[in-house]
Write a protein that binds this ligand. Structure first.
Ligand code: UD1
Ligand code: CA
Length: 466
């Protein structure tokens, strides 16, 4: 089938009461993306036309997320899946539907693979069916609709769990909520559905008996991997879905040449890119738009969010970074915190217990121990001693510290911003720098040392006498 012959309808109007959430279930996130986005990807894999999304609950939020990746039809009241599909009639019947097929996807079923849909399409065409649906076999069929087959094995009808007899409840083959319809046969019967069932809803699944009665064929493809058909109706199912996406992300990255020392312990969003020969240690979380280059080492407990990491970067244990950019061959941590606006040049070294924010470091500069560097512009080859603090905040404004190329800041220094230390200058340890330092100068603000010879001996003798 040509991609242009397939129209996709996504059911996304229901709130999802079992989630016990104020957010509609399709906007809950799994591996960094709202679950509806996985369904949109699937629709795009099989059809050239933007899918028609049936929206109702929180439709403004849904439209804000999906934008022009979908067309929209509103279902004001959620009267059931059959009623939901009917809302696409206006958009679909306008076009000539002869020769077209309508694929119905559920907005809450995000794990289906495109290959499985292609299998469904192939069988639908081969058998000339009015309807071909995706089923799966579950050990615990729970709340899914049961597939009732007749004596010769063809699908006779679907019985919802709430409407099922004890005998029917024992059926392990269930309805995945994914259907292909012959477009010309879909809408008339939808208009004639009844609500004679336990939920008083218009069931899409009732079309099976309608087609059978008029002598049309209904087929079913069993999903090889039942995980493909899991619907997100509860937090437990959301966690299952997240776990599966995590496994797929890690598998993809391993195929692309990334080493994981213990893959089951990492959490990586599906939006993340990691280059070959990088090594990810256990208990690492990588989120958002993070891109990691080749040959990097990410040690245990690192948490990266929207970070750009170059090649051969070493992120040591416990590094936390958000909105930072790290160039090739830099070393960070252990236990460093790179906050938004941090930019590290090549070969930069940020050591333990260093916090940076809106701080740009030139190539080869170092802050190796216990420092805060905020609102700062650091040149190349700068050495920032242990315990250096940029005092960037005066209670009202954030002020800037500039350290030009080759500056040496002694340990335990406060740089009271706004302040500039000129190229090649030295600041002595323990200084509080409040005025600009010219290039190649030495600035020192500590009080001169006083040494009293023999003081300690005299003190001890005095104490003994008491
Ligand atoms: C449905 C199927 C069930 C199947 C299961 C698979 C029916 C009657 N039952 O049950 O056989 O095993 O999916 O996941 O179809 N929706 C609307 N408008 C409505 C009702 C639902 O847009 O009026 C949307 C929901 O937001 C959801 C999807 O349709 O995205 C499925 O609805 P849901 O209520 O979750 O159906 P299930 O009870 O899971
Ligand atoms: Ca569902």
């Amino acid at each position: 089938m040509k991609k242009s012959q397939l129209e996709v309808v996504i059911l996304a109007a229901g709130l999802g009461t079992r989630m016990k959430s104020t957010t509609i279930k399709i906007l809950h996130r799994a591996a960094g993306r709202p679950i509806i986005e996985y369904v949109l990807d699937l629709a795009a894999a099989v059809s050239d036309r933007p899918p028609i999304m049936i929206v109702g609950h929180q439709q403004d939020a849904v439209r804000a997320v999906c934008g022009d990746r979908a067309r929209y039809a509103v279902q004001e009241e959620q009267l059931g899946t059959g009623h939901a599909v009917l809302q696409s009639a206006l958009l679909l019947e306008a076009a000539s539907m002869t020769g077209k097929t309508v694929l119905v996807l559920s907005g809450d079923v995000p794990l289906t693979r495109a290959e499985t849909l292609f299998r469904l399409i192939e069988q639908h065409e081969k058998e000339g069916n009015a309807l071909t649906l995706l089923s799966m076999r579950l050990d615990n069929p729970a709340m899914y609709g049961r597939i009732v087959r007749d004596a010769d094995g063809s699908v006779e009808r679907i019985v919802e769990a709430r409407d099922a007899s004890a005998e029917q409840k024992a059926i392990r083959e269930v309805n995945a909520g994914i259907y292909l319809f012959d477009a010309t046969l879909l809408f008339d019967p939808l208009r004639n559905l009844s609500t004679d069932n336990a939920q008083g809803e218009y069931y899409l699944t009732d079309l099976i008996s309608v087609f059978r009665k008029s002598g049309r064929r209904v087929g079913a493809v069993v999903a090889e991997d039942p995980v493909e058909a899991i619907g997100v109706n509860s937090r437990a199912e959301l966690a299952t879905v997240e776990g599966e996406i995590q496994r797929r992300v890690v598998d993809r990255l391993m195929n692309e040449g990334v080493t994981f020392r213990n893959p089951s312990t990492v959490v990586i969003d599906s939006t993340v890119t990691i280059g070959p020969d990088s090594v990810i240690y256990p208990f690492v979380t990588i989120e958002g738009t993070t891109i990691i280059g080749r040959g990097c080492i990410v040690e245990p407990g690192c948490h990266l969010q929207n970070v750009r990491v170059g090649d051969d970067v070493h992120l040591k244990t416990g590094t936390v970074a958000e909105g930072a950019v790290i160039a090739d061959q830099a070393t960070v941590g252990p236990y460093a915190h790179l906050r938004p606006g941090t930019k590290l040049g090549r070969h930069v070294k940020i050591g333990n217990f260093v916090e940076t924010k809106k701080a740009v470091f030139g190539d080869r500069s170092k802050a190796s121990h216990l420092s805060y560097v905020g609102d700062a512009e650091i040149g190349a080859d700068v050495n920032i001693g242990a315990g250096t603090i940029t005092c960037n905040y005066d209670g009202v404004n954030k002020n800037k510290t500039v350290l030009e190329d080759g500056v040496f800041i002694g340990s335990d220094t406060q740089l009271v911003a706004p302040v500039r230390v000129g190229r090649g200058a030295y600041v002595g340890a323990g200084s509080t720098i409040t005025k600009d330092v010219p290039p190649d100068a030495l600035a020192l603000s500590r009080t001169p040392q006083k040494t009293v010879e023999g003081w300690a001996t005299r003190r001890r003798e005095q104490l003994k006498k008491k």
